[in-house]
Write a protein that binds this ligand. Structure first.
Ligand SMILES: Cc1cc2nc3c(=O)[nH]c(=O)nc-3n(C[C@H](O)[C@H](O)[C@H](O)COP(=O)(O)OP(=O)(O)OC[C@H]3O[C@@H](n4cnc5c(N)ncnc54)[C@H](O)[C@@H]3O)c2cc1C
Ligand code: SF4
Length: 496
């Protein structure tokens, strides 16, 4: 343990986030790294508490608690405190294939279950993680690890999001020939065409893809399995296939006026915006418009930040649920993920620009109204009251007399996802469960013998860190299937 009294000597510090107003003038990342000295102090705050709940990775009351890839957090905190960065990097890479993604965009459930968080602000685990990997790249410590021996086995991975990339990385490292098929023009899944540039710069994603290519992984882009190549033909060429196709089928809002021009699904908006930024493709432009984002989650927040950078005239975000409490309540105790009111990067930016938080809570959209020229003019809403019965079942009731009309020329629907696109699943005759590909966690094999699945495609829309977890665990199972046993780590089999 680094400094025995560190948690008493030092306060939690936040990274230098760029000024919320000025950063909306560009698309660069809003967060920056810590200085070495302040990061050492932050590492010293880790108490080496004996039972590191931060790295336990469990679901409690439906929410992620601790780190799902079991990052060895107290170990690297200690090494950072002592300035032993390279060793910290080695420890980090033992459990995490892509810390540059999680260190930037993970919601850090580890910090929610940090033991110090019982009495004080938690250790800044995520920022420490980011700085360790950024230093690794800056100092040239990350170099291609080209496998010395090849097994002669061929694996196809469909989908290049974090689940597909983690599987590919693991399987390539034990010598299998890995080919990743991706329907988009760039690899990365939602890392590339979901999460916006100001949260995760696309060069960071492309740097990792280049590295994986140098290590021997073959990427086939612009190729949709089941459409551009019939799945049967594809699967025939490989000893095993892993479906990492995500869960990108978006939930829509069917109601009066939905067909009006100017109403878009959030992912169409975000994808087009990133493609515009990277290669000048046409985008859905919020410039000069009153924008309404329907959906109170993180995808909605990313839409706000994007609309601000496109110079929208105003932006409002509707959420169905009440405003969360300022501090934990009795039913949400440590070490669970704290369900408390937070101000995301996008909300800070909107407040800086327009003087108030863009969020409206307990709002139900009723209809979209067009003007005389047929274009979108207004969104009509009503306020809701949420009640929860003794069994925890929630009911929403409209409050009479609370109807409101909001001016809008652009509406973005961000109300969640329903699972993977059905076309490929139907073509394959795959069993599904709640709309997702059916396979048990820990086994990952579908109802087709050599076809496995991992990530959002199996568990539904989730987090990068869970996609990495599933990608790693599925790779272990596939290796075992191909070779009879596996040297790849599996937390489930306690072989880390
Ligand atoms: C807007 C948005 C913001 C998010 N922000 C965060 C965040 O800040 N932090 C966080 O932890 N999580 C975030 N998430 C969730 C996170 O991005 C996902 O949980 C994660 O990317 C899932 O990884 P995956 O590999 O399972 O699937 P995906 O990343 O969805 O990748 C699936 C890939 O498969 C490809 N594909 C699908 N079908 C085929 C086919 N038939 N042939 C070839 N390719 C195919 C798709 O094009 C896609 O590239 C966000 C999600 C969204 C939508
Ligand atoms: S991956 Fe996420 S949960 Fe795990 S240590 Fe990093 S920030 Fe925390």
């Amino acid at each position: 343990m680094g400094k025995a009294t560190g948690f008493m000597d030092y306060q939690r510090e936040e990274t230098n986030k760029r000024d919320p107003l000025t950063r909306t003038n560009d698309w660069r990342e809003y967060d920056t790294s810590f200085s070495d000295e302040s990061l050492k102090r932050q590492g010293a705050r880790c108490m080496d508490c004996g039972t590191p709940f931060c790295q336990m990775g469990e679901i409690i009351n439906g929410a992620t608690t601790g780190c799902p890839i079991y990052n060895l957090i107290p170990e690297w905190n200690d090494l950072v405190y002592k300035g032993r960065w390279k060793e910290a990097l080695e420890r980090l890479l033992k459990t995490n294939n892509f810390p540059e993604f999680t260190g930037r965009a993970c919601p850090a459930p580890c910090e929610g279950s940090c033991t110090l968080g019982i009495s004080d602000p938690a250790v800044t685990i995520k920022s420490i993680e980011r700085t360790i990997i950024d230093k690794g790249f800056e100092n040239g410590w990350i170099t291609p690890r080209i496998p010395k021996n090849r097994t002669g086995k061929n694996v196809a991975i469909i989908g290049s999001g974090p689940a597909g990339l983690a599987s590919a990385d693991q399987l390539n490292q034990v010598g299998h020939h890995v080919t990743v098929y991706e329907r988009q023009d760039r690899a990365g899944g939602l890392l590339m065409y979901g999460i916006p540039n100001m949260k995760l710069e696309k060069e960071v994603v492309e740097r990792r893809i280049r590295l994986l290519e140098q290590e021997g992984i073959n990427f086939v882009l612009n190729t949709e399995a089941g459409k551009d190549i019939p799945f049967e033909a594809l699967n025939h060429q490989y000893d095993a296939t892993i479906l990492c196709i995500g869960a990108q089928k978006q939930r829509d809002l069917q109601m009066a006026g939905r067909d009006t021009e100017g109403i878009h699904l959030a992912m169409d908006y975000l994808t087009a915006s990133t493609k515009h930024l990277l290669q000048g493709d046409e985008c859905i432009d919020a410039k000069g418009k009153d924008v309404i984002v329907i959906g109170g989650g993180d995808t909605g927040a990313d839409c706000i930040a994007t609309a601000l950078r496109q110079e929208c005239n105003s932006v409002v975000q509707f959420g169905k649920h009440p405003k969360p409490p300022a501090a934990r309540i009795g039913s949400n105790m440590w070490p669970e993920f704290p369900n408390v009111f937070t101000v995301d990067y996008a909300h800070k930016e909107a407040t800086a620009k327009f003087g108030e938080d863009p969020r409206q809570f307990c709002i139900q959209t009723k209809r979209f109204v067009t003007g005389e020229n047929g274009s979108l003019k207004e969104v009509h809403t009503v306020e809701m009251e949420k009640t929860t019965d003794e069994n925890g079942k929630a009911t929403f009731r409209e409050i009479p007399g609370t109807e409101k009309f909001w001016p809008a020329q652009l509406v973005l629907i961000a109300i969640g996802f329903e699972g993977p696109d059905e076309q490929l699943l139907q073509q394959l005759g795959l069993d599904t469960e709640n709309g997702n590909v059916k396979a048990t966690y820990g086994n990952f094999m579908t109802n087709i013998d050599n076809v496995f699945t991992a990530g959002d495609a199996r568990r539904g829309q989730s987090l990068i860190v869970w996609a990495i977890n599933e990608g790693r665990e599925a790779a272990h199972k596939v290796d075992e299937y191909l070779m009879g046993s596996s040297t790849l780590p599996s937390y489930l089999e306690e072989s880390i």
